[in-house]
Ligand binder design. Structure first.
Ligand code: GLA
Length: 680
């Protein structure tokens, strides 16, 4: 990336892409970047700077919109004021007459190939901020489309492809949380790019309060991408504002280059692991087994069975507190329900520990039901108007109030202090009445305080499934509950697309009930188990429903996952270019390239008779690999031939695997082939 500035004006990115030779003449690159002037244009083209300025007649969306304390629009003109290169690059610009300074912080990470970028605005007196973009980056000309991400409950991470055209593609999330609907990510493939090849650019805005993205093609053809907090979410005038961190990357290996950069950066730079050397434990979560119906003998029986199947952490979900017999009441009454737990949580936790598992517990800290003791005592603690429409019969607490944060902290700390708890499932099941950056900062402050005082406790970010997944919350948590859909078919698709941004290490995936509770589908245990084994594995069905065969398959796949999790934790997930739309395939590869596993999930019936060959990626062409279809014994009777992978491993070159690809046996839909590869 090359930044250049004319005189003392704001800098602009004049090059961003494949590495250039060191020692390139930057003055030439700057001069050669300028576009011509013709009819119908100003006499000089305003810079597409890190913060395009309205006052310099920029012909598109400005990077900053603000008003003075009395409401007068401010149109600052920033000039160079200083720089600091001690930690990345910090560039400061000032408009002394307006009493404003603007600082850009950019930091490249050569190992993950991510550039982090942030903008900070300060003022000498309180001003009203409407929009502050993180450092504004150009989008490539060699691109026909952009890919952004929407979704819904049980259908997270849906990719949208939009053609570039003059004007703006805006994603504006006014829900007050990251949301299923608006994951803050963008990929820009250049012409011909696929998962595995071509050039691509990737962006992510690490903020949990709702973002605004502007991808704009200017009348002159230049393209800009802006990211910031959703507009007008700063409710109060202030003297200092900052964007969240923007994560940006460039790839020469297709979308996978962006994906693996994001995966590595999340796992190795953003998440802080309380016990980095401890493997990710297999989870058991009791939600879909018992819902609100908590009975100690049932839960202990379930815990015993879960441990026998291989679970290592038992998570007690919603229903343990207040009078929480359904989802209409008791949120914020965070004391143990003595009707269900007459001797407190101790007996259950002791039993869980006796099975060799650790114990985790569910909270929904930012929420309050009108039918709760706390709402009756402090109705003013709730956010929004009295006659607001509720969400799941609940309101959000006003997290900007210190007394609210103290109260929740005290209640949660009481549970964490009284028991040996190593995990919180932290839920956030409704949208806010309005976007409010103070709310997000309040949530972050509460999490930070709890983590400081209980550093051994891990946190999972959940919001009706994947409603709060972003790199801001992942700086404070260690896992995301990707979706409430435990339907293995839906999960296969969701986690495939989510891997464009998320590594295995943080992506929860559970084996659900035989008949899925959110889709009504009945799916074979082998498919359910392998889909969960693609990510951070867990179980969520009632183990009492398992047949002996189902229990045996689940035990076996779980044991496989445990044998492989150490290297898979650090692996890159590459999405394969499957020539059959019915097959979703990925290759998880060790960082040193010495081994990999390919999962080829057959989500539907194929149009053609025989499976199409599946090409692998990112291998050494001249190296020899041993490739084995490890679950070949599950080929059905209708697979009557003898493709070689059905009989045993093969030894072939990386070149052959990448340019010809493997021919898998015929299989039913809703099944998964699993191939292990070793470099010899
Ligand atoms: C949300 C979560 C579920 C479960 C319930 C409990 O819906 O996504 O996993 O924890 O809340 O009420």
């Amino acid at each position: 990336m090359v930044l250049a500035a004319t005189g003392d004006r704001l800098p602009q990115v004049v090059y961003w892409g494949a590495p250039l030779p060191m020692g390139a003449d930057l003055d030439t690159l700057h001069a050669a970047h300028a576009i011509d002037v013709t009819g119908g244009m100003l006499d000089a083209n305003p810079d597409l700077s890190l913060c395009p300025e309205a006052v310099r007649s920029f012909p598109g969306q400005p990077g900053l919109i603000l008003r003075d304390g009395d409401g007068t629009p401010l149109l600052p003109k920033f000039c160079y004021a200083g720089e600091d290169t001690s930690d990345g690059l910090s560039l400061t610009y000032a408009d002394d007459a307006a009493g404003l300074t603007l600082t850009f912080l950019l930091r490249p990470d050569p190992s993950t190939r991510i550039i982090t970028a942030k903008t900070v605005l300060t003022a000498t007196r309180p001003v009203h901020l409407h929009w502050l973009a993180a450092p504004v980056l150009p989008a490539p000309q060699q691109s026909a489309e952009m890919i952004d991400v929407s979704g819904r409950w049980c259908g997270e991470f849906q990719l949208n492809r939009t053609a570039w055209s003059p004007g703006i593609r805006t994603r504006e999330n006014r829900t007050g949380r990251t949301g299923h609907e608006h994951f803050p990510g963008l990929l820009i493939p250049c012409f011909g790019a696929t998962n595995t090849q071509g050039e691509a650019y990737g962006f992510h805005y690490g903020w949990s309060g709702g973002h605004r993205m502007v991808a704009e093609e200017l009348p002159d053809g230049r393209r800009q991408v802006q990211w910031g907090h959703v507009g007008r979410s700063e409710q109060s005038p202030g003297t200092r504002f900052e964007s969240a961190t923007l994560y940006a990357t460039y790839s020469q290996t297709g979308l996978n280059g962006c994906a693996t950069s994001f995966q590595r950066h999340v796992r190795d730079r953003i998440v802080t692991w309380p016990k980095p050397d401890t493997p990710r434990p297999v989870h058991y979560n009791c939600w879909e087994a018992v819902y609100f119906d908590h009975k100690l003998p049932v839960l202990t029986d379930i815990a015993t069975r879960a441990a026998e199947l291989g679970a290592e952490r038992f998570v007690l979900d919603d229903g343990w507190f207040g009078m929480r017999d359904d989802d209409t009441r008791s949120l914020s009454d965070w004391t143990v329900d003595a009707r269900k737990y007459p001797d407190g949580l101790g007996p259950l936790i002791d039993h869980v520990h006796a099975q060799g598992m650790t114990f985790g517990i569910w909270f929904e800290p930012e929420m309050i039901n009108p039918d709760s003791d706390i709402h009756r005592a402090h109705p003013d603690w709730a956010l929004g108007s009295e006659d607001q429409t509720l969400g799941r019969q609940q309101k959000a607490l006003n997290m900007a109030l210190p007394e609210v944060r103290d109260f929740i902290y005290d209640r949660m700390a009481a549970i964490l202090s009284a028991h040996d708890v190593d995990y919180i499932k932290w839920d956030h099941n409704r949208v806010l009445p309005m976007p409010d950056a103070d709310q997000t900062r309040g949530s972050y402050a509460l999490i930070d305080r709890l983590r400081a005082d209980f550093p051994g406790v891990e946190i999972e970010s959940c919001a009706s499934g994947g409603g709060r997944i972003d790199f801001g919350i992942l700086g404070r948590t260690q896992r995301v509950w990707l979706s409430d859909s435990n339907d293995a078919l839906e999960r296969l698709r969701i986690q495939h697309d989510a891997a464009l941004f998320l590594p295995l290490a943080v992506t929860g995936s559970h084996v659900g009930p035989r008949r899925c509770h959110t889709s009504g589908r009945t799916i074979d245990i082998s498919m359910r188990a392998w889909v969960a084994a693609q990510r951070h594995m867990g179980f969520e069905m009632d183990p009492r429903e398992l047949t002996d065969h189902e229990a045996a398959v689940l035990t076996e796949v779980t044991a496989w996952w445990k044998r492989n999790r150490d290297w898979m934790h650090h692996a890159d997930i590459h999405l394969l270019d499957s020539p059959d739309p019915a097959v979703l395939a990925e290759q998880q590869q060790a960082r040193d390239g010495s081994r990999f596993v390919v999962f080829a999930g057959k989500a539907a019936t194929s149009a053609q008779i025989s499976p199409r060959t599946l090409r692998f990626t990112s291998l050494e062409p001249d190296a020899t690999y041993r490739v084995e279809l490890i679950n070949r014994d599950t080929a059905p009777g209708l697979s009557r031939g003898t493709p070689i992978l059905k009989t045993g491993p093969i030894e072939v070159s990386g070149a052959w695997l990448m340019h010809q690809g493997v021919t898998l046996p015929w299989h039913f839909p809703e099944t998964m082939w699993v191939l292990e590869g070793t470099r010899l």
